[in-house]
Design a protein around this ligand. Structure first.
Ligand SMILES: [Zn+2]
Length: 378
């Protein structure tokens, strides 16, 4: 059975906003097949993207229906389960749109190397990556927190390689101009950054995360990837380095239970710092777009707001940067969701104490397995 003309028009509008066929069918209460026809008629190219989207949906739906942790069942006072569910759907649509425009992951190292010319090559790559990360600390010193990071870790980054030997370890292999002994000293007084090759990505310690701060090893761990967008890479590294600094300073938040208020407060600091770096990297366009989006949003609560932001707005934020690699789509989406939610609260909730509490509640409610920071690496 075909669709009535007004339903077709509604379906077209929703598809244009980036909703998937499945989501449009659910919203309008019609069959997926009919919506699919509308989508195909709209554009041949679009149909290709939707095929990818449907495949992703199948993968992600399993996570979404999994029971939530206890903390997640305590939403902010204003967020009903129905609102949270709509928000989930919207975030997922945004993720799909960003992932659909991604390129393949570009690895700089396929597998662990041990000897000879390959090892010499790896030393050169590690030296280059180390220089780039040091450069990130020099580049954003208009931000007070980055100056603090530079004072603490500048010139003190020791690159090493992840090894799966003995259940996971890191090994210093030296770099041109810096012997292992020097790097070992820097690893203790500064920060060791452990790079891992593609072959180790699914190691239980790494769980496929591109970047994390491991507070047992007290190191940053980073996938050995050639990031298309340096601003994004630098911003994510600075986020993790902030956790390293908090840990070194002995902050209570660094070892608080995951998803406790204190733990989340540190996460919010790191994400805000990351957003400042992204703003500088885009000549202030990032903050401008966030502010435009929240100031025109007449929602009652932050959760209501996040159910109404069209997926295309998330993509607009993403197009301020180079195309992501497939493995970046999740944490990019998570950052945009959180930054938009926080910007909304800063614009609409002027009571400072309540604003802080609502930011914490927001973080807790958007943490899901398809977002970046849920898991131990922070
Ligand atoms: Zn974090």
């Amino acid at each position: 059975m075909g669709l009535r003309i007004e339903v077709v028009q509604q379906a077209r509008a929703l598809l244009q906003q980036g909703y998937s066929v499945r989501q449009v069918a659910e919203r309008l209460g019609c069959s997926r097949k009919d919506v699919e026809k509308v989508a195909i008629a709209q554009s041949g190219l679009r149909n290709t993207r939707l095929t990818v989207t449907c495949a992703l949906m199948l993968l992600l739906i399993a996570w979404l229906v999994a029971p939530r942790r206890h903390e997640d069942r305590v939403p902010a006072a204003s967020a009903t389960p129905a609102t949270l569910s709509l928000m989930d759907t919207n975030i997922l649509a945004a993720y799909e749109l960003i992932a659909a425009g991604s390129i393949e992951d570009r690895w700089l190292l396929e597998k662990e190397v041990f000897t000879g010319s390959e090892l010499a090559h790896e030393r050169n790559v590690l030296a280059r990556l180390k220089d780039e990360l040091e450069g990130a600390l020099d580049h954003y010193t208009t931000i007070a927190e980055v100056r603090a990071l530079k004072n603490r870790f500048g010139g003190q980054i020791a690159p090493s390689l992840f090894s799966d030997f003995g259940g996971g370890s890191s090994k210093l292999i030296g770099i041109p101009g810096e012997e292992i002994a020097t790097l070992s000293k820097k690893a203790r007084s500064g920060i060791e950054v452990v790079f891992y090759p593609r072959s180790h990505a699914q190691h239980p310690r790494l769980k496929g995360q591109h970047l994390l701060y491991d507070n047992l090893w007290r190191v940053c761990i980073m996938a050995m990837l050639d990031y298309p967008d340096r601003t994004w890479r630098d911003a994510a590294f600075i986020h993790e380095l902030w956790h390293a600094k908090r840990d070194r300073d002995g902050a209570a938040s660094a070892h608080a239970p995951p998803l406790s208020d204190s733990w989340i407060s540190e996460e919010l600091e790191a994400h805000a710092l990351q957003a400042q770096v992204m703003n500088i990297g885009t000549a202030s366009k990032y903050r401008k777009l966030l502010e435009q989006t929240v100031s025109h949003a007449p929602a009652r609560t932050v959760h209501d707001f996040l159910t109404t932001v069209p997926p295309t707005t998330f993509r607009m934020l993403d197009t301020l940067f180079q195309q992501p690699m497939r493995g970046e789509a999740e944490f990019r989406t998570a950052q945009y969701v959180l930054n938009l939610g926080v910007a909304w609260l800063e614009h609409h909730q002027k009571n400072q104490a309540r604003q802080e509490q609502e930011k914490i509640a927001l973080y807790r409610s958007i943490v899901r397995p398809h977002t970046m920071t849920v898991h131990p690496g922070r």
